[in-house]
Design a protein around this ligand. Structure first.
Ligand code: C5P
Length: 220
């Protein structure tokens, strides 16, 4: 529908939350709906790209023409994404859990009488965006920065630390935008070039606008 400027290009997108199991019935997760990543996948497919969408557990339908790889944990998301590091464009929208329980209990954890506090040992999960930034030679790498304070400073830091070409930042301290909201308001920051701000809009329209801007930077 949007022309075929991305025909022959492969796009890798991560989306949604991850779930890190504690025991057979409990897990650690976050409020990500996956909407931004799914909207970007649809926008890329509309432009003719071959799209692989590595998705955590969400309540969304697979966009038309998109290959969805369903995963649950950060570790699974990492492994699925790692097998597509040959993509031309990578959009890392997933809200990956930063830490996961060191071990999963085989049986449901019981509350013992008299225990008022407990400690769960957690380990860091692999950083998929950072891995792509440093190791995917031919990929244009774009990440997301959702912060509640010092938004721009943290986003610029992320651009450098993860060796990304672009960071799309939003201020999630405002409940009207960002995580689990239908709307979003972002600023795109680039390794080379001036920041590009967007007005608040629904995630479908924003995905189109982001994709147009990325195409200009990366394809031309
Ligand atoms: O470091 P932080 O989690 O704030 O960075 C957010 C960006 O990094 C997002 O693009 C997110 O998808 C990506 N990320 C990742 N793997 C992780 C943690 C974050 O790809 N383990």
């Amino acid at each position: 529908e949007r022309g075929d400027r991305m025909t022959g290009k492969k796009v890798l997108i991560t989306a949604g939350p991850t779930q890190e199991p504690l025991d057979p019935v409990r897990y650690i997760t976050n409020h990500s709906s996956g909407r931004m990543g799914y909207a970007l996948a649809e926008a890329a497919a509309d432009r003719g790209a071959k799209v692989v969408l590595v998705s955590g557990p969400v309540n969304l339908d697979a966009p038309r023409g998109v290959e969805v790889v369903d995963v649950v944990t950060a570790d699974q998301m990492w492994r699925a994404a790692d097998s597509h590091m040959d993509a031309d464009l990578g959009l890392f929208t997933a809200a990956v859990s930063d830490f996961a329980p060191v071990s999963m209990q085989d049986q449901k954890m019981k509350k013992e009488q008299g225990t008022e506090q407990m400690t769960i040992e957690m380990k860091k999960t692999p950083d998929i965006l950072k891995h792509a930034g440093f190791h995917a030679k031919d990929m244009y790498v774009a990440g997301f920065a959702a912060e509640t304070e010092n938004v721009e400073a943290y986003a610029l830091d992320k651009l450098k630390r993860k060796n990304a070409d672009c960071i799309i930042m939003n201020d999630v301290s405002n409940p009207d935008i960002g995580m689990n909201s239908p709307d979003n308001e972002v600023v795109m920051l680039f390794r080379d070039g001036e920041p590009v701000p967007f007005e608040k809009m629904d995630k479908q329209s924003l995905a189109s606008a982001i994709m147009d801007t990325l195409q200009d930077r990366w394809l031309d």
